[in-house]
Design a protein around this ligand. Structure first.
Ligand code: 5GP
Ligand code: ZN
Length: 140
């Protein structure tokens, strides 16, 4: 894919600190870590958005993320791990080549997600949204 920075990393046109690869996936250190040790799992083949990524590749990305999380716990002494995958600009996605963030977390790392939980106005509002989601899921 022209101009995709992650495709350029796969093609070794720009450098990256690679920690794992196989036929399907590449894992490298995020250049702007939320917490030091932050890694990215990407498919070697350009794919985006999540809805157009084959199920078996989604599975492979997340199975690999699980392995990286274990390596962060066992190798870096992480106390926890955030596994995240941003989709679309509204969700904070900047690089449009699907990727899974694997972020080691430490008890006193000082990082706090802006997890600002809201409330539904009433139960009907939540049920209405649930109905919309169910009807989409029934279409498959
Ligand atoms: P997004 O916001 O799209 O979910 O995440 C993109 C991630 O890619 C960011 O965390 C950013 O630091 C990382 N990133 C962007 N460009 C490069 C690069 O050239 N090399 C590496 N290693 N990471 C990058
Ligand atoms: Zn790409």
């Amino acid at each position: 894919m022209n101009n995709c920075i992650f495709c350029k990393i796969v093609a070794q046109e720009i450098p990256a600190t690679i920690i794992h690869e196989d036929d399907d996936v590449l894992v490298f250190m995020d250049i702007g870590p939320i917490i030091k040790g932050h890694a990215l799992v990407i498919p070697k083949k350009h794919c985006d958005p999540v809805g157009e990524t084959p199920d078996d590749l989604i599975a492979k990305l997340h199975i690999t993320a699980k392995r990286i999380a274990q390596a962060q716990m066992n190798g870096l002494g992480a106390d926890g791990v955030n596994i995240m995958q941003n989709n679309g600009k509204a969700a904070g996605q900047e690089v449009e080549h699907i990727h899974v963030h694997v972020i080691p977390r430490f008890d006193k790392d000082g990082h706090h997600w802006n997890w600002n939980a809201k409330k539904y106005d009433n139960v009907e509002e939540m049920n209405d949204l649930a109905d919309k989601l169910r009807s989409q899921l029934e279409r498959r």
